[in-house]
Each structure stands twice: as structure tokens, then as C-alpha cells.
Design a protein around this ligand. Sequence first.
Ligand SMILES: CC(C)(COP(=O)(O)OP(=O)(O)OC[C@H]1O[C@@H](n2cnc3c(N)ncnc32)[C@H](O)[C@@H]1OP(=O)(O)O)[C@@H](O)C(=O)NCCC(=O)NCCS
Length: 285
Amino acid sequence: MPLACPQSLKNTSLAHICMLINRAFQGYAVSIQMTIDVLLRKIQAESIDLERSVGLYDEDELVGVLLLGYRGTASYNACTGLLPAYRGQGYADTMYDYAKTHFLNDGILETHILEVLEANTSGIRLYERLGMQKTDFLYTFFLTLPQQSKTDFLGIRPLSYTDFFEFYNNEKIFGAECAWQNAPLPGLQSGFSKAYGWYAPDTGELSALVVFRADTNTVQYLNVLTEQRLHGLGRLMLAFVQQQLGKAPLRLLNVSARNSSVIYLAKALGAELKFKQWEMQTRLK
Ligand SMILES: CC(C)(COP(=O)(O)OP(=O)(O)OC[C@H]1O[C@@H](n2cnc3c(N)ncnc32)[C@H](O)[C@@H]1OP(=O)(O)O)[C@@H](O)C(=O)NCCC(=O)NCCS
């Protein structure tokens, strides 16, 4: 039986981490093709810190990873993967024990959060054993909208990071928190996410906005001012994203079951429900 030890990932190359992820997720329900570019953007988008993430090593070979993201008092499991020969022997627990001892009990962190596919019953059992509880149910939709005339989008303009930030913090906005992977600010700061706003023609007020990633066709954030809802703006903003992306289906990733307005919108637009995941969390202190 192979014997492997956990360590920080700080001295492991991105190429080795990519190779491990591709091998660990071969045949997985959600297909993953990791490249260095994709991994670098994942690291930025999900606030992953490789120094405070875990690698499992057999001699010098990387055989498992636990990628961890950090934001304020929250930490996030961005990926758990083991090579097939190392599964079923408690190594996921080993990696978590190492993370808890070395990174997660730093006195600042309060919560640990992750997502797991609804059908992944062994994963759910593992995380429950580790003290995690189901806290939300997340839906991923794919949808393709018909191309619209450019004149429909005349009120839509690009938003700078600062404009978006101001709107994002505007207390008039009522909306659920984004799932970890959809947080718009890291992608806007790094330049791989784009933000656009719709300005009301009569008042000039910024009334709807959308943030998306063209590299993954993902809509990360969509919001319409409460008083402007149900007048077609949500649909318009998504049609605009579709126009920017061409024919590729848009992805609405990890929409919380609590975010009923987005779920209604997805259904009204004929979106296909692709994945269902549990969000699980534990308190660290
Ligand atoms: C989801 C949201 C963007 C929809 O915007 P909107 O401008 O109200 O939507 P639209 O008027 O374009 O509606 C499009 C379709 O969805 C349906 N729909 C939208 N919201 C609905 C609701 N709350 N209940 C029922 N149906 C709804 C509409 O009836 C319409 O269907 P139709 O074309 O068959 O008539 C808006 O409600 C919102 O901003 N919610 C908060 C989102 C949030 O929390 N964001 C932060 C995390 S991403």
C-alpha cells in the first residue's frame, strides 16, 4: 500500500498541480481540462493561496491536492483530488488534518466552506465526518439566448472597477450573496471579468448590471434595482452577454436555492439545469 505525506504546495510547480488535477478528475461528472492559464485564473478568481494549500506526496511525486482559498474570515475548499491508487485510504482526511493544524486554525478564520455535487455521496459522507453541514443548495444552468438587434443594447455601457464597486456596495440593492466562485471583484481587478451597466434613459440612473467572464462563458453577477424588476432588464442584460460571447451557451454557475428570482429568470428563459451541488460549511472556532 502506498504511503504518502502532506506538505504545503508552495514548492510545487503549477505544471505538476495541473497534471495531478487532470489525472484525479479523469472521468469525473464535470469534465476538467486544467492548463497553467486556467489554473492561474482559478487561483485569482477563487483567492487560492498555494502556500496555505496542501499537496500529498509519495516520495517526490504529487499524488493529491487540497486547494484552499482565503477571504477575510472565510476559507474555501477550491479542489480536493487524489490519484486513483490513493483513494479509499483516508488521505483526504490526512490532507484536511494537515490543513487544520497548519493553516485553518490561525485565530482569524471562522468558517470553512465548499461545494460538492449532489450525486457525490462518498464526498458528502467525508465532509460530514469532518464536521461540515449542508448550508445551501446550488444550481448550475446553461442557456442560449437568441441574438438581438444592437439597438436594444444602447443603454448598456462598460463599468469601471470603481463604478462597479460603488454600485455593489449600494444599500438599495437587494440580492443574495454570490457563491464563492462567482465573486466579481477578483476577476474585475485582474481583468478577466467584464462589468456592464444599464442606465435608465429618463433619470440616467445605473439600474442593472452584469459581470461575466468571456473565458468560461460564465455570468458571475446579475442584478436589477428592486424597483426596476420584471420589466425585461434581466433578460436584456443576459441577451447582451450572449451577444458578447457569440453562440456559446451562457453559464449561470452555482445559483443559490435562496436566490429565487434568478431561478425564475433562468426557467423563464428556457435554461437547462446542468448540475446540482450542496454547499457545506463548518465553523472553525
Ligand atoms: C433575477 C433578476 C436579475 C431578474 O431581473 P428582471 O429584470 O426582474 O427580469 P425580467 O423582467 O427580464 O424577467 C425575465 C423573465 O423572468 C421572469 N422572472 C424574473 N424574475 C421573476 C420572479 N421574481 N418571479 C417570477 N418570474 C420572474 C419574468 O417573468 C420574465 O419571464 P417572461 O419573459 O416569460 O415574462 C432580478 O430579480 C434580480 O436582480 N434579482 C436579484 C439577483 C441577485 O441576488 N444577484 C446577486 C447574486 S448574482
